[in-house]
Design a protein around this ligand. Structure first.
Ligand SMILES: Nc1nc2c(ncn2[C@@H]2O[C@H](COP(=O)(O)OP(=O)(O)O)[C@@H](O)[C@H]2O)c(=O)[nH]1
Ligand SMILES: [Mg+2]
Length: 187
């Protein structure tokens, strides 16, 4: 089976672990018959802060995806993991404007590393269910997203999600399928 290695980065508490739990549920449901399947994902399962590396494997459309979620406190050594991955998912919390500015700088540092130049990148604005969330349009002007997308060498896809409500998960699975570069995966 084709295997894809991905890095999952972003500040703490933005919803990375919940994203993995939600994707595990959705991909497990896809292996059930129509009758067994429940479209309702239910309440968000609890998460505990990730210490070190959280390794999660999903199977979707005959491909195996291994996510390495790195705890936010590991920021200074993220770069040690770049070489082992072909794609990158970066999550931001759209309900925290002050954090977005600083984590955008961290995101730019990731994009400027020579080891990420050939990666496919998915940038997620999570927590759109929060009452005070910023829309994609507002965040885009705050961090000058158009300039980032124009200047980056990477192919960057942007998505708005709520992992609490389970929105955006199918788009993530589609991105995984479309963007996992055959050249960087092992059989
Ligand atoms: N309101 C809301 N809360 C969320 C969402 N995603 C995650 N959370 C909550 O944010 C907290 C941190 O989530 P977690 O997945 O552990 O974050 P991580 O540190 O990035 O792995 C938990 O209490 C989650 O339930 C979301 O889409 N909306
Ligand atoms: Mg976590």
């Amino acid at each position: 089976m084709t295997e894809v290695q991905l890095l999952l980065l972003g500040p703490e508490e933005v919803g990375k672990t919940l994203m993995l739990k939600r994707l595990q549920t959705v991909t497990a449901q896809q292996n059930l018959t129509q009758a067994q399947r429940s479209e309702n994902l239910g309440e968000a399962p609890p998460t505990i802060p990730t210490v070190g590396v959280n390794l999660v494997t999903l199977t979707h459309n005959k491909r195996k995806y291994t996510f390495r979620e790195l705890g936010g406190a590991m920021g200074p050594i993220w770069q040690n993991y770049f070489k082992d991955s072909s794609s990158l998912v970066y999550v931001l919390d759209s309900s925290k404007p002050t954090q977005i500015s600083s984590s955008c700088i961290q995101f730019l540092e990731v994009l400027s590393s020579k080891d990420t130049q050939d990666m496919s990148v998915l940038l997620i604005f999570n927590k759109t269910d929060s009452p005070d969330y910023m829309s994609r349009c507002e965040i885009s002007s705050l961090i000058r997203l158009a300039d980032i997308l124009a200047c980056a060498r990477q192919d960057i896809t942007v998505l708005e999600c709520s992992f609490r409500e389970g929105t955006g998960l199918r788009e993530i699975l589609k991105w995984l399928h479309d963007k996992s570069s055959p050249a960087s995966v092992s059989k």
